[in-house]
Write a protein that binds this ligand. Structure first.
Ligand code: ADP
Ligand SMILES: O=C(O)[C@@H](O)C(=O)COP(=O)(O)O
Length: 422
């Protein structure tokens, strides 16, 4: 293994795994620390998916260090810390504290931070993150249920999370190419800055950043900044060759269902489009879970009762005002856990009910679902949309899973995803 990756949520991990495998690294993804005896085969990269984005910072650090130790023990020569392309975090963490701890563990004094992902509309200019052309703090991310992002300047956001000095490599250096970026890294390092936000607007910028980062023991960012790493590692002689990804995966036969626990704008649009197209849909009301009126068994029974030719949808996705009202009644974390636990319990019952193809929307939601299913490792299959592949379970029940980041995918994602399965 060359590259050991630690992702702070599950959909982020599949996003990164897709990028690495598409660019030529043989990649295996695990949920939590790899299970004992997992055959890593010829893997060039292992991506460990944690569920550490919104847990207390000290726990996120401890889990990330445990993953780092496992990966380094298994031979990793470089580490990658994957967080969200919208930099999802709070002033308490967890991006700063985890990056800081990983640097210390590696004995390294410098890394970069770059969540840009142009294929999904995330770009960074003069340290500010834009989402589909809108400053982060004016995008729908300002109303995220768990990590509302109210400052677009990533230098300020990150500096509030860490005692290390945060630096910046700006557009002019990035546009000038990998040699200029490498010089800028040196400049930042000599100035005592340990983490530099790096501007990037295009994939070409990200490839230049990758080339300049081949020597860094730790890279941090979204999946976008991984685009240039495989070729850079090959050019640096760290791996012999790039390996093209497998073209398709054979999904286990069985029924299909969609579970959506994301309240992000893209998912809400996908829910609306699916309902408009006639997909049978069940709306989960968090208050009904809280007062015991809605149980996982009732939802599972509803799914099983839908016509076999349909792909039913269970969703809790709601508009920001409705989410705020629920959170005011139940508390933010309790509301989140009630919904996650219900969808996870439903998912756990689905393989035995004949459902073997599941599309899950939402990072936290996917983490809860995959844990409940008992799936510990995933093979990466074809891309549905940028950042979202089909995956196949390598442990636990045989299921095909599309784990969709809340804000990814075209409006018809819930309708078209099935076409990519064989
Ligand atoms: N109607 C709702 N009211 C309050 N919280 C909700 C509701 N629906 C889902 N949630 C919670 O919001 C969070 C969404 O996070 P996540 O699944 O990561 O989606 P995303 O990928 O969009 O960030 C989860 O904790 C989920 O349980
Ligand atoms: O980088 C990204 O945007 C995604 O890979 C990701 O991490 C998304 O997280 P969720 O929106 O919580 O699914």
């Amino acid at each position: 293994m060359l590259l050991g990756c630690i992702a702070d949520d599950l959909t982020g991990a599949t996003d990164l795994s897709l990028m690495l495998s598409r660019e030529g690294l043989r990649t295996v993804q695990t949920t939590g620390l790899p299970p004992d005896g997992l055959d890593l085969g010829q893997a060039d990269a292992v991506v460990v998916a944690l569920k550490s984005r919104t847990i207390p910072a000290a726990e996120a650090v401890a889990q990330s260090l445990a993953a780092a130790d496992w990966l380094l023990g298994a031979g990793a020569r470089r580490l990658f810390f994957k967080y969200c392309s919208t930099f999802d975090s709070t002033d308490a963490g967890n991006i700063g504290p985890v990056a800081e701890a990983l640097l210390r563990r590696l004995g390294a004094d410098f890394t970069l931070a770059c969540p840009a992902f142009p294929a999904n509309g995330r770009s960074i200019y003069q340290g500010h993150l834009f989402v589909n052309g809108v400053p982060l703090a004016e995008s729908s991310m300002r109303d995220h249920p768990l990590t509302p992002m109210r400052d677009s300047d990533l230098r300020r956001v990150l500096q509030r999370q860490t005692g290390l000095a945060v630096g910046h490599v700006a557009f002019a250096d990035v546009e000038a190419g990998s040699a200029a970026i490498a010089r800028a890294f040196d400049r930042e390092r000599r100035a005592g800055r340990a983490i530099a936000i790096v501007d990037a607007i295009t994939d070409a910028h990200l490839r230049s950043i990758g080339a300049a980062a081949a020597d860094l023991a730790l890279v941090t960012g979204g999946s976008g900044v991984a685009i240039g790493l495989p070729a850079a590692y090959r050019d640096a002689g760290l791996i012999a060759a790039l390996t093209p990804p497998a073209p398709a995966i054979a999904a286990p036969p069985g029924r299909a269902a969609i579970l959506a626990g994301s309240c992000s704008a893209a998912t809400r649009g996908q829910v609306e489009a699916a309902i408009a197209a006639g997909v049978p849909a069940f709306r989960v009301d968090p208050l009904a879970i809280a007062d015991g009126a809605l149980t996982p068994a009732a939802v599972t029974a509803w799914l099983a009762a839908q016509p076999a030719a349909t792909t039913p949808l269970v969703y809790s996705s709601d508009a920001p005002e409705a989410v705020h009202a629920v959170q005011a009644r139940l508390g933010r974390d309790k509301a989140g856990h009630l919904v996650e636990d219900l969808l996870a319990a439903v998912a756990a019952a689905l393989p035995d009910a004949g459902f073997r193809r599941l599309l899950v929307a939402g990072g936290e939601t996917s983490g809860a679902v995959v844990a409940a299913l008992g799936v510990r490792a995933l093979a990466i299959g074809p891309e549905i949309d940028p950042g979202v592949p089909w995956t196949l379970s390598l442990s636990g029940p045989a299921v095909a899973l599309a784990l969709k980041s809340g804000n990814f995918g075209t409006p018809d994602f819930f309708l078209k995803a099935w076409r990519f399965l064989t």
